[in-house]
Design a protein around this ligand. Structure first.
Ligand SMILES: Nc1ncnc2c1ncn2[C@@H]1O[C@H](COP(=O)(O)OP(=O)(O)OP(=O)(O)O)[C@@H](O)[C@H]1O
Length: 252
């Protein structure tokens, strides 16, 4: 269980995260939404250790992650998809996956070997299968479509076997068709892996369709939390974010 308690972070006079407390149950799927500048990315950056909170706790199964380094937080089970495909463009999908598992095992104290262990290969294969990348294993990252590069980023996060997976706008920069393909994959991996998934998304069609739980941030604070139905009828959310009730209905 991921429990956020009184989390705050300011930049100068801007309260980007303002006393946020939230629970993410094991195996839940939650969308974080809110207007531009609401503090969505800052919230993720605090949880993953990219930013240190001014105050508050980030409890993963009761252990406080606040202020720890990103590698330490990953080791404890909070994973995040980074844009790795664009960092190693000349590695194939398969090589990229193996490199990630080997690096993880070295961190965990497993001796480096010239050839990957069976367990290493299995983890890489499983993640490629889950994200639909197995048939593209010999393609270099640079030759993949934008959508497949993003799926590779998620596969790399998955290979480290996180309890909680954070996805910051997984559909950013995609056309409608590619966006739905991506979000269907995210939904599928959530159902199959039974991990806790939290994602930031601007597309309300996607949010209302696939997220059983929604958190709305505004000016760094929680404006509302609840099911899609409760959120789209919440007067404060309609006023601050969704527009008129009619527009909110249309977003379903
Ligand atoms: N490193 C930083 N230095 C100064 N101010 C920052 C920094 N990061 C974020 N902010 C400010 O904190 C507030 C929240 O920003 P954040 O990027 O978290 O919002 P967001 O909801 O992710 O926005 P968007 O939807 O546009 O990505 C904004 O006012 C932003 O200008």
């Amino acid at each position: 269980m991921l429990e956020i308690r009184g989390l705050s972070k300011s930049f100068g006079g801007v309260k980007a995260t303002d006393n946020v407390s939230l629970d993410f149950a094991d195996g839940s799927l939650t969308a974080v939404i809110g207007p531009n500048g609401a503090g969505k990315s800052t919230f993720f950056n605090l949880i993953t250790g990219a930013l240190k909170p001014d105050s508050g706790q980030i409890l993963l199964d009761g252990v406080d992650m606040a202020g720890r380094t990103p590698p330490d937080i990953v080791r404890h089970g909070i994973g995040r998809a980074f844009q790795v495909a664009s960092i190693f463009p000349s590695l194939t999908v398969h090589e990229t996956m193996l490199a990630a598992v080997c690096a993880d095992q070295r961190r965990a104290g497993v001796l480096h070997r010239r050839f990957p262990l069976a367990e290493t290969r299995d983890r890489a294969e499983h993640a490629m299968e889950l994200l639909g990348l197995a048939s593209k294993r010999d393609r270099t990252a640079a030759t993949l479509s934008h959508g497949d590069q993003k799926l590779l980023d998620i596969a790399l996060a998955l290979v480290l076997e996180p309890k909680v997976l954070l996805l910051d706008e997984p559909t950013a920069g995609m056309g409608t068709e590619e966006r739905w393909r991506m979000i269907d994959k995210v939904h599928e991996l959530w159902q199959k892996q039974k991990i806790t998934v939290v994602f930031i998304e601007h597309d309300m069609d996607i949010v209302f369709k696939i997220a059983p739980e929604i958190v709305v941030l505004c000016y760094g604070r929680i404006l509302a939390t609840g099911t899609p139905d409760a959120i789209r009828r919440d007067p404060a959310v309609i006023e601050a974010y969704l527009g008129t009730e009619h527009q909110a209905e249309a977003a379903l």
